[in-house]
Design a protein around this ligand. Sequence first.
Ligand code: NAD
Length: 296
Amino acid sequence: MKVGFIGLGIMGRPMCKNVLKAGYEVTVFDFNTAAVEDLVACGAKGAKSGKEVGENCDVLITMLPNSPHVKAALFNENGAAEGLKAGSVVIDMSSINPVESQNIAAKLAEMNVGFLDAPVSGGEPKAIDGTISVMVGGDQELFDKYYDLMKSMAGSVVRTGAVGAGNTTKLANQMIVAVNIAALSEAFVLCEKAGVDPQLVFEAIRGGLAGSTVMNAKAPMMLSRNFEPGFRIELHIKDLQNALDTSHSINVSLPLTAQVMEMMQALKIDGREKKDHSALLNYYEKINNITVGGKN
Ligand code: NAD
């Protein structure tokens, strides 16, 4: 099975390395030539365009910021679709609007190319150690055929329904993560102002009902005031916007998601959109005129 990989950023680069480690032959492309060179040093074949990747693979993995990037990488001039053979398959692991996944699948089906939407959760550390969670939408037959390939990057790979279901699952994941980080920030600001050390609060409550994977990952970042991504605010805004667009299109109201979206928007206006989403703490610090940990 020859694999193509387009999108070698924070997530795609380590994910692609794990595919190589599993023994697959991989051809890669990214606008960032340093990322391509890094993968070539790990045994991949470097390509000069998406088209060249398409010509050299049976299955193409894309790991790009949002749907415009996925559509451009596939369908623009010199894009992968110009090279893909009938009978090949695209596995889009980017987090995008589920409706766009369905549109892309329909366009590829006209060329007799299959499609799975397979966004991931877990962030860079789990992408590096190969333990991300993959949530997949698409035909069971394709899911079964490419399970081992997806598992080479992941701790778990679960099919949640037809095309689009993977990204709907991812939206649920992103809503839960965003609201959790906001709740953690809100609590830390209260404790700081009340004179109770947030570090000790974290240690006291992490093993109880309030404890969570989000808390274990983000509280240490907040407490050490390390807001380097990780997962950028601008990408989380994209996910929450996709959640709100999707919910409005099917008549669902998401009040908590909308509220956290506006907090992230305020951080973006403040020039912090490239920071990690743990920087939601900075929003609470600003409106409360306080700094958690007492330093800047
Ligand atoms: P990133 O911005 O670090 O990487 C994106 C890469 O795509 C860049 O290297 C860019 O040069 C490349 N690119 C963009 N358009 C291209 C095109 N047309 N052709 C070729 N290359 C192109 O993003 P990331 O953090 O790796 O995230 C990728 C996806 O994974 C996003 O949808 C994000 O929401 C999702 N995600 C990210 C994390 C995280 O912690 N960073 C966690 C889970 C899911």
